[in-house]
Each structure stands twice: as structure tokens, then as C-alpha cells.
Write a protein that binds this ligand. Structure first.
Ligand SMILES: C[S@@+](CC[C@H](N)C(=O)[O-])C[C@H]1O[C@@H](n2cnc3c(N)ncnc32)[C@H](O)[C@@H]1O
Length: 276
């Protein structure tokens, strides 16, 4: 235990991996699904009113009558996918949380929705000109390193039909946190473990070109030490444009959020719409 803990006394190297899965961990994914389904909490998804507004707006800029085939990357338990289905799209959802995908499939069967769900890492998709719209919602793009973002952008570009749209959102530098540390103790089951645990939580900032932030949680139970490293990045219009330009999209638009708010330099999010 001492030797395990010793590894964590210094600031981690950029992109040091987690010791365990986060989204697909058997215990943590329960808390994440609860967070998705709690209408008053915007930890894992946004509140239902926002989701309605967002799908309504996307249906206006890319109506299902013309843009029928929609791929929702990181679809979670299908909260957007069900709404897209109701708005007339033919929907495919991809997510690498087993728990979320099985919840999404159950809902689709209960609602008799014709949605296809895949339990898959979206960095491994291999579609060719199959979709009119691809969405990646709640700032997931920003969790990827620049190398993975470029992989994803190429795959998205390849998966879109000509004139298809990639619609996604990211956080701006206003959302970058200050470095900090805390160590909450959970006497019983909690978010990170079903056993009593202490969690050493830190926020680290890196001065690399990609403005990288790390939220690290080291979770100690009586028997185990697990480390979860969650990486994040922050974007301006200019940085988004410069990384997308190499991929070959034909046009782009920016908004203040993924429900069509007007873009502002002082906003907390940017929604990008890139057209092939
Ligand atoms: C912040 S949640 C957002 C869920 C959904 N887009 C929403 O807004 O309701 C991020 C989702 O992306 C999924 N995810 C993260 N990285 C992924 C990857 N590489 N491949 C597939 N799914 C991924 C997670 O499992 C999680 O369900």
C-alpha cells in the first residue's frame, strides 16, 4: 500500500493513465447512470429542458426530412437519442459504458423506438458516408488528447455524407479550474467505491500547448488504491478552427451552446457546426 501510494505524491506526467476504467467501471457506472437520470443534476448530462431545446434547435438547422441518418457519439443512456428518434431521425448511438447502453436499449424497447445502439469506443468507428448528422454532446470532445481528437475528426469526416454536419460542444477557458486538493472520506458506499473509502482529489494544470487540465481522484479502500485521471481541454473559436482545418470540412458555424444560443466571447461553452 505504501509503495502504491508513493507513486502519487508528485504531479502526474501528462496523460498518465488511470489504473481502472471510469465510465465503464461496474460500481462507478451506477452513480453515473443515476446522474444522467436525475433531472435536477447536470453532472453527466444537462437538464431535460435543455435537452428538449437542443434537439429542437438541431432539428431546425438539420431537419430530419433532409438529414435523416444521425449518429450520436457518447450517447450515454440515450436521452438525446430518444428525442432525436421522436424528431424523425433514424438514430444510431455509440457509447462505451455497458450500463448506459443496456439502459438505452431497454428504453428503446419499452418506447418501441427504432434506435440502433452499439457498445463501442467511438475512436474505433469505421463508417463510410453513412450519416447526415453526427453529434458529440456535453463537451466530450474536450476530454480527448489532440492525437485522439484528430483520429476522431477523421473518422467523423469519413462517416458523414457530403454536406453532412458534425455538431459538438466544448468548454471555453472560463471553465478552467484553479489547482486544488481535498480528501473527502466516505464511511459507507459512495460514488467511487461500494466500500468505505478516502478519496484524494486534486486538480492539476499543465502549461502545454493544449491547455491541459487533470482532475485526479485516488481512491483508497482498506485493500486497494485506484487512480482515476480525467483529462480536459478548453477551446476558443480560433483553436477549434485551427485543428479542424486540416481535416477538410467545407464550412463552419459557431454558437454559444448546443441549443443555438448566439456565440459570445465571454460564454462558458462553444458549439461548433462543421459541414462536410
Ligand atoms: C458527459 S457524458 C454525456 C452523455 C450524452 N452525450 C449526454 O449529453 O447526455 C459522456 C458519455 O460519453 C461516453 N464516452 C466517453 N468516451 C467515450 C469513448 N471513447 N467512446 C464511447 N463513449 C465514450 C461515456 O460513457 C458517457 O456516456
Amino acid at each position: 500500500m505504501f509503495n502504491e501510494l508513493k507513486k502519487y505524491i508528485t504531479k502526474p506526467e501528462l496523460y498518465a493513465p488511470s489504473t481502472n476504467k471510469f465510465w465503464d467501471d461496474d460500481h462507478i457506472s451506477k452513480g453515473l447512470l443515476d446522474a444522467h437520470l436525475n433531472p435536477n443534476w447536470d453532472a453527466a448530462t444537462r437538464k431535460p429542458e435543455f435537452l428538449d431545446k437542443s434537439v429542437n434547435w438541431i432539428s431546425k438547422i438539420a431537419p430530419s426530412s433532409q438529414y435523416r441518418f444521425l449518429l450520436d457519439l457518447g450517447c450515454g443512456p440515450g436521452l438525446y437519442a430518444e428525442r432525436f428518434n421522436n424528431a424523425g431521425y433514424s438514430v444510431t448511438g455509440v457509447d462505451f459504458s455497458k450500463r448506459s447502453i443496456s439502459y438505452a436499449k431497454e428504453q428503446a424497447s419499452l418506447n418501441k423506438s427504432n434506435i440502433v445502439y452499439h457498445y463501442q469506443n467511438y475512436l474505433t468507428i469505421d463508417y463510410v458516408e453513412q450519416f447526415d448528422v453526427i453529434t458529440l454532446i456535453y463537451c466530450d470532445y474536450a476530454a480527448l488528447s489532440i492525437g485522439d481528437r484528430l483520429i476522431l475528426l477523421r473518422k467523423v469526416h469519413q462517416a458523414l455524407k457530403p454536406k453532412g454536419k458534425f455538431i459538438f460542444d466544448v468548454f471555453t477557458p472560463l471553465m478552467r479550474k484553479a489547482e486544488s486538493s481535498s480528501r473527502p472520506y466516505y464511511e459507507e458506499s459512495g460514488f467511487w467505491s461500494e466500500k468505505p473509502h478516502i478519496c484524494f482529489e486534486s486538480v492539476y494544470q499543465y502549461d502545454d500547448e493544449d491547455n491541459t487540465e487533470l482532475r485526479q481522484s485516488i481512491v483508497l479502500t482498506e485493500e486497494t488504491v485506484n487512480c482515476y485521471n480525467i483529462w480536459d481541454h478548453f477551446f476558443t473559436k480560433e483553436t477549434l478552427l485551427s485543428e479542424i482545418q486540416t481535416i477538410g470540412f467545407n464550412s463552419f458555424e459557431f454558437y454559444g451552446d448546443i441549443a443555438g444560443k448566439e456565440f459570445s466571447d465571454t460564454g462558458e461553452t462553444i458549439c461548433a457546426v462543421f459541414t462536410k
